[in-house]
Write a protein that binds this ligand. Structure first.
Ligand SMILES: *[C@@H]1O[C@H](CO)[C@@H](O)[C@H](O)[C@H]1NC(C)=O
Ligand SMILES: *[C@@H]1O[C@H](CO)[C@@H](O)[C@H](O)[C@H]1NC(C)=O
Ligand SMILES: *[C@@H]1O[C@H](CO)[C@@H](O)[C@H](O)[C@H]1NC(C)=O
Ligand SMILES: *[C@@H]1O[C@H](CO)[C@@H](O)[C@H](O)[C@H]1NC(C)=O
Ligand SMILES: *[C@@H]1O[C@H](CO)[C@@H](O)[C@H](O)[C@H]1NC(C)=O
Ligand SMILES: *[C@@H]1O[C@H](CO)[C@@H](O)[C@H](O)[C@H]1NC(C)=O
Ligand SMILES: *[C@@H]1O[C@H](CO)[C@@H](O)[C@H](O)[C@H]1NC(C)=O
Ligand SMILES: *[C@@H]1O[C@H](CO)[C@@H](O)[C@H](O)[C@H]1NC(C)=O
Length: 866
């Protein structure tokens, strides 16, 4: 595994060597941000602690923070340096108060770079289940595994990128190309994870919709996502708001700029939107090695720098660490800002009970060996036991398999070609049915596409503890299967009339620091086509066999047009990214033990040019890319409806082996929308008040006889007395220490609590009208009236519910609630959410996809079947 570590180290190192401060001195060519897009200053940082739910944790934190020295405080805020501890990042410690180095680890689908852990299905797979309980259960399982390994902060869920760009490399880490699906997937994951005492991290905040050119380098500044206020609120911010409302403990800032201002130090985004408007009470961290300024990021509201390194990693330099100590001693960073940073971190630690019996890390993400360097980044490091190989899997394979199975999305099934019978004569094609011949974990961070595609590549991965392949599972389930695990159609295949060909193809993508088969994270080379000539394999099989079933493992939409209408292509199954249980979960469905019940978490187009050109990848190696979100709210199905285009398969589509009826719909008013704007927000509660006098410089002197680790990041200064200063500091334009008036759209975690008043309750009866058991998903789309005076997407998913397994003839009543926010648009002038008075003119559509609507309810009238 050494090569895996080396690869990660080198790629991170290279990307960071090039992320130099030179750009700030004007040496980097930078295209100007388009007129009108700017990120206004928003200072000072609003302190945390004013939400009652967090008050006990903040009270405990107050006792600690008021007694901390400057060195202890700085320790909480700054990582110890890359490869300076067992985890992918760790803070300094404050052992006087029982606070250890807090361990931060990837990923959203499993504990990265360790052993005896579960490799769960990826976010996109979870989204395709449309199952809130499974979303929550996976969160719990992830939390249990993190806790078992001693991980304080697990870096997931991911709700940005949302999938604006179909070729975007990391869309698969999230739950689908819709804000409500992302929001529910994210919030359920957070609640599950945090129920185990592990702190969840909601990321990446915000506008990180392509991988290429996301980071700042010597020749180029990371791209700028230029997003207007309404689009930000109604699309990209939506899942973050729901995650904050779910109580998430930490938020990670994105690599890119928004409106020309780097997210890691964008005061409007952190101070204004996240902490004031959304009332976020936890702590805000950087993405890895993305900090570009010390004082600037502190003032803009950043609370934790990860992994702590400055412009060149592994040299022991930091924008914070000792420099933050200096910036406080010289009066530049106000003491109350530092106190707020530390209080947010310590309060979060208390909120999730990590002061009681929380294990220390018992693994190392740097090596597989039992013993090794404790601080590999230090080179001259003490050696010790690093891996205890603690098995944290429990029975989590059960939930992993249930998700992989219930996500399986049947797009087409002519002549009831599926399900298969155990004695059907099967011929199976494609390397995607098999294993990676080099070993299931042979490519670092899954940076290759060999064998069945279980997840994309990059930091959002984990090692597979084992891999149950489709090949093994089909061989086990079938009495009559022959395998041709190759991507070129074999010449020696005999086709008998009763044969059924099953063709496995896939499409991969991942994070930018690894290039796979010419794809720079994003699907830059492969486009939206199957990899490894998958289309040719399907066409060859379709030419020879009269019944072909295509199984697709994919990170997102692929173009199916080369073969989808061929008469012998009877069935198409999207199995998404199933994780370790790839085989059995598929067999569960292929052979009819379960009916498929997954639904598409994105649209499948007929061609790539059906999308607006603004969502193409931008490939421009010089200057700062200006990625302006000119399509506004019209991404994915919102765009297809708006442009009146028929996709190949609509968002939400997914067939079953049975059929369902949706009947007896009713809509009832719960809390009437008596005003267009929500009632006045509650005032902020109190926040901790500290003695904000600059501490004595001696608090950051090196302790006597200190056993210092080379190049490790510490809070100490060689000559602390020299740091004190009364010189003025050139603060950014708009900087002030006078608190801003509380935003009217705020008031609690997520925003004004009245936004979550339930306005309407919708009930439907879902009946199994076919002849096999199965599960249905009722998808609720809202159509807002033109009386709101804004151009608004015609249909927007705002709720969904999934039935239990219904036997033929059986039915279940599902209830879906619509909040005030669900029926609102963001009023950029008033800076608040505006709903139609009494919900007048709102239409509520319920169906099995955005293009298969069965019932419509209009406020004040009976609902009717269509
Ligand atoms: C970005 O600029 C747009 C256009 O002026 C504005 O509506 C939006 O609020 C800005 N967003 C941020 C985060 O500064
Ligand atoms: C911490 O500070 C509080 C006052 O804020 C004081 O009452 C308490 O004794 C101190 N605790 C320790 C451990 O120093
Ligand atoms: C700061 O953290 C480091 C470990 O990361 C520790 O060695 C040092 O003692 C801590 N300093 C204080 C003042 O607690
Ligand atoms: C390692 O994990 C085990 C089991 O979760 C736990 O008991 C132990 O405290 C952990 N930490 C260390 C340092 O052993
Ligand atoms: C205070 O220290 C910080 C951190 O080194 C530095 O950026 C800032 O310029 C200093 N302020 C003054 C007024 O010297
Ligand atoms: C499969 O088994 C069924 C009986 O269970 C039989 O009718 C059918 O002919 C068999 N099919 C094949 C291809 O052997
Ligand atoms: C093989 O099939 C049996 C019975 O269907 C099942 O219990 C077992 O788990 C399967 N094993 C694998 C590796 O799929
Ligand atoms: C399904 O519902 C429709 C009403 O929308 C009804 O006409 C039809 O008979 C129902 N089908 C079954 C099998 O119940």
């Amino acid at each position: 595994m050494a090569c895996a570590i080396a690869l990660t180290a080198v790629s991170l190192f290279l990307s960071s060597v090039f992320s130099s401060p030179i750009d700030t001195s004007g040496n980097v060519r930078r295209d100007s941000v388009p007129t009108g897009y700017e990120s206004p200053p928003y200072y000072p940082a609003p302190p945390g602690g004013w939400v009652s739910d967090w008050a006990p944790a903040y009270a405990k934190a107050y006792e600690v923070v008021s007694n901390m020295t400057l060195a202890e405080k700085v320790n909480m805020t700054t990582g110890t340096g890359i490869f300076m501890g067992p985890c992918v990042g760790q803070t300094g410690s404050a052992l006087r108060f029982g606070i250890p180095n807090l361990c931060l680890m990837d990923s959203p689908l499993g504990i990265r770079n360790t052993d005896h852990n579960t490799a769960f299905p990826a976010g996109i797979t979870v989204g395709a289940t449309f199952d809130k309980e499974l979303m929550y259960a996976r969160g719990v399982a992830l939390g249990e595994e993190a806790r078992g390994k001693g991980v304080n902060v697990l870096m997931g869920p991911m709700v940005g990128p949302i999938g604006r760009k179909p070729r975007g490399g990391r869309n698969w880490e999230g739950f689908g190309a819709d804000p409500t699906l992302q929001a529910i997937g994210g919030a359920q994951t957070i609640k599950g994870m945090q129920s185990t005492g592990v702190i969840a991290t909601l990321k990446h905040f915000i506008g990180n919709e392509q991988e290429m050119y996301r980071m700042t380098s010597v020749i180029q500044r990371g791209y700028s996502s230029n997003i207007d206020d309404r689009t930000l609120h109604e699309l990209y911010l939506w899942p973050f708001a729901e995650g904050v409302r779910a109580g998430v403990g930490s938020v990670m800032m994105a690599y890119n700029d928004v409106n020309g201002s780097a997210c890691s130090q964008n005061s409007k985004l952190i101070n204004g939107i996240l902490k004031d408007e959304l009332g976020f009470q936890g702590f805000v961290m950087t993405d890895w090695l993305t900090q570009i300024g010390g004082v600037s990021s502190a003032l803009a509201g950043l609370d934790m720098a990860m992994p702590g390194d400055g412009p060149i990693p592994l040299f022991g330099d930091s924008y914070w660490g000792s420099e933050l100590s200096r910036a406080v001693l010289n009066g530049t960073v106000p003491v109350d800002r530092l106190n707020d940073m530390v209080t947010r971190i310590v309060a979060t630690w208390y909120k999730f009970g990590q002061d009681k019996d929380f294990p220390l890390p018992n693994f190392s993400s740097n090596t597989d060996a039992a013993t090794g360097l404790l601080y590999p980044g230090a080179v001259f490091s003490p050696i010790g036991v690093v891996n205890q190989f603690v098995d944290v899997q429990g029975d989590h394979k059960v939930v992993a398999r249930a998700i992989a199975r219930d996500a399986i999305t049947l797009l087409k099934n002519e002549d009831n070609a599926l399900p298969l019978k155990r004695n059907d004569s099967l011929k199976i094609f494609g390397t995607d049915a098999g294993t990676n011949p080099d070993g299931i974990n042979s490519c670092a961070d899954k940076g290759c596409d060999k064998g069945v595609l279980t997840m994309g590549w990059g930091s959002g991965t984990s090692k597979l503890p084992y891999l149950n392949t489709p090949q093994e599972a089909i061989a086990n389930a079938s009495s009559n299967a022959e395998f041709f695990v190759t991507d070129s159609f074999p010449s020696n295949v005999n086709a008998n009339p009763e044969d059924i060909a099953i063709v496995f193809i896939n499409a991969d993508s991942g994070e930018n620091y690894i290039t796979v088969e010419g794809n720079y994270g994003d699907r830059s080379a492969a486009g939206l086509y199957a990899w490894h000539n998958g289309d040719d394999l399907v066409k060859a099989a379709a030419a020879k066999f009269s019944k072909v079933v295509v199984v697709v493992h994919t990170v997102g939409p692929i173009i199916l047009e080369n073969w989808i209408d061929l008469p012998s292509v009877k069935s198409v199954v999207f199995a998404h990214l199933p994780g370790q249980e790839a085989g059995d979960s598929l067999v569960d469905v292929l052979f009819g033990d379960y009916s498929p019940s997954g639904h598409l978490p994105y649209t499948i187009p007929r061609s790539e040019d059906q999308y607006p050109s603004s969502v193409s990848l931008i490939n421009q190696p010089f200057g700062q890319i200006q990625d302006t979100f000119t399509e506004g709210l019209y991404i994915d199905y919102r765009h297809f409806l708006h442009a009146n285009l028929t996709p190949r398969y609509p968002f939400g589509h997914g067939l079953s082996y049975t059929t369902f009826n949706i009947t007896e719909a009713t809509i009832s008013v719960v809390i009437p929308l008596q005003s267009e704007y929500p009632p006045t927000r509650p005032p902020k509660g109190p926040t901790p008040t500290y003695n904000n006098v600059i501490p004595p410089a001696s608090e950051v002197a090196w302790p006597e006889n200190f056993d210092r680790i080379w190049r490790y990041i510490y809070p100490y200064l060689d000559n602390p007395a020299a740091a004190t200063s009364t010189a003025p500091y050139p603060y950014p334009t708009g900087y002030t220490t006078v608190p801003q008036p509380a935003p009217r759209a705020g008031g609690a975690e997520g925003g004004n609590p009245a936004l979550w008043d339930v306005a309407f309750s919708v009930r439907v009866k879902v009946s199994n009208t076919g002849s096999r058991p199965g599960r249905a998903v009722a998808q609720l789309y809202v159509e807002l009236p033109s009386s709101l005076g804004l151009d608004t997407p015609r249909l927007q998913l705002r709720q969904f519910e999934k039935t239990k397994t219904l036997a033929p003839g059986e039915s279940e009543v599902l209830t879906m609630e619509l909040t005030r926010k669900d029926l609102s648009v963001w009023d950029v002038v008033v800076q608040d959410w505006k709903a139609p008075l009494n919900g007048q003119g709102v239409k509520v559509w319920i169906g099995e996809s955005v293009a298969d609507l069965r019932v419509v309810c209009e406020v004040g009238r009976e609902c009717r079947n269509i």
